[in-house]
Ligand binder design. Sequence first.
Ligand code: PLP
Length: 407
Amino acid sequence: MSMPDSERYRLISTLSGEAYPLDRLEEFAGSGESLEVSRVSSRQPEIHPGDHLWERFAGFLPFDEPELSVSLGEGDTPLLPSGAFLSEYTGSRNLWLKNETMNPTWSFKDRGTLTTMWMSRAMGEKVTATISTGNMGHSVAAYAARAGLQAVVFIPDFTPREKIMPIALHGAHIIRVKAPDYAAMKKQILEMAGRLNLRIVSGNGPLRVEGYKLTAFELYEQMRGEVPDFILVPVSACGHVRGIFKGYRELYEAGYIQQLPRMVVVQASNNAPLAQPIQQGKRVVIPFTQVDTIAEAITTGNPMGGDEIIDKARRFDWPAVDVSEAEILESQAALARAGLFVEPASATTLSALKKLIGRGTVKPAQKVVAMLTGSGLKDFDVFRHHDQQIHDCELHNMERTLEEIMP
Ligand SMILES: *Cc1c(COP(=O)(O)O)cnc(C)c1O
């Protein structure tokens, strides 16, 4: 069992710099700030040869050695050129799509679940828990099953059945809570967890972010060391955008790259607690309540640690964009027409890019990566908003029906 390396690593509050031990049970600082894994020594890590990405970049991770027995084969996802249709649609001539729907539970969450599971195993925990209405719960349930841990997933009672089923089938205990206010429910669970000595993994915890760094390392290899000008990320709890950027920063500090990508914070206009303040030049999260968007995976209305992302956006000149429900649907259809089946949250990046090209923030020739975060299979309810070319017929008029639609 690889132990977390608490001699050489610790957790640092991202804004105030307060330090905590690496194996801290709570994922946020006492002040509510997000925590970041930080190396104690100033000696820079190196990339080493190895069969697996985790092995090649082990020096960048706070574990003695990668514990890959818990892996379900996450990562190694395709980086695809956008193709002519999406290039035309967005106005970008240099767009690349990172297809994270190819992960074991069909979203990028798996990368971070692997690292939180390492930690749980290393700490000898028997139970791991999360609060989720969808992808996070599914990912944690699958990896807990793989690792031989009991998963507990808290869900609000409005969670649709198709999201619950995979979580249940993996053997997780589901605690379904009747609570009118999801944020209040989360808060109470986190307080409870401390008392019960239970690790609750959230979307923005420090160990999860270490897993998301691997996306940057993978992109670094796939692009042969070239750094994209922009990386568009649909943002909710903030872990993903934070993790990808942290990976690039560490490559930069270790001397492997000479520039940093600019991250683009993409949110739905109906829930833009970060995109709004960033666009308005404000310094703190603008909380949203009563969140109602078809982009179900990005509905955190008041993300913990969100102020830090706004701070980074200011320091590193990250643009932010919010997109309407109609734009999200249109982009989802456009991606599907190009052969890519993603959920609405993932489709936001495409309309966001179109807007940024329109505003002149992104030039058509600049190299852009759009993160396709989760699969279209995750959300069936959305299909009622889309046109479908279904031609009903009977055996006797089948040929005529076909003739009518032939080009
Ligand atoms: C979780 C999730 C996001 C948002 O990522 P955060 O790390 O919570 O900011 C975006 N898209 C999909 C499909 C997700 O599951």
